[in-house]
Design a protein around this ligand. Structure first.
Ligand SMILES: [Fe+2]
Ligand SMILES: [Fe+2]
Length: 187
């Protein structure tokens, strides 16, 4: 029978380091991209079923979000950082938001994208300011997605049409949900 050995790996005894703000940004962005993917997947599913006109646009958005997810996944993997604790919550919440908004109709779908991307772009701008001096690699990852996210916001805004009780309600719920998962992920 082999003798029992005790690990002397110093990493096991090192104090747990608090992740840097850059690391938390990367993790929350990675989780957010997963949330966005799930929103669009659900909206495309229902949109195809209901014959929505903007399914092809949502498919474009989805392709961008998959690329964004891969960008952040690559940076996290290179740094040996685990995904955000809100990753699954983003996925489940995103899918639910996608289903509900798609069932409410195309204006609700576009209001959802406008709300998500408005919140996301505000956070990305904040991140870029902080990362510019502290973490060039993380800055480059964030900078690489900004143009797509602004495009999603603007293309959706053009299609929302006149604001109504429905679009205002959708935007309030979606903006609050997005802010909440970002807040939770950054803690
Ligand atoms: Fe994205
Ligand atoms: Fe997006």
């Amino acid at each position: 029978m082999p003798a029992m050995t005790h690990s002397l790996d110093p990493a096991l005894h090192a104090p747990i380091a608090t992740p840097s703000l850059a690391m938390r940004y990367l993790r929350v962005d990675h989780a957010g991209e997963f949330g966005a993917i799930q929103i669009y997947r659900a909206q495309i599913l229902i949109g195809r079923w209901l014959g929505h006109a903007h399914v092809a646009l949502l498919e474009d958005f989805l392709a961008h979000e998959r690329r964004h997810l891969a960008t952040f996944a690559e940076v996290l993997a290179a740094r040996g950082v685990r995904r955000c604790r809100s990753f699954l919550l983003c996925g489940v919440g995103g899918y639910a938001l996608g289903l509900i908004t798609a069932l409410l109709g195309e204006r609700a779908v576009m209001a959802c994208t406008r709300a998500v991307e408005t919140v996301v772009n505000r956070h990305l701008q904040e991140q870029l300011v902080h990362l510019a001096d502290t973490d060039p690699q993380a800055h480059a990852a964030v900078a690489s997605i900004v143009r797509d996210e602004l495009g999603h916001r603007d293309l959706a805004a053009e299609r929302v049409g006149a604001d109504s009780a429905l679009t205002r309600a959708v935007e309030a719920v979606v903006a609050m949900s997005t802010e909440s998962v970002i807040w939770l992920g950054l803690r």
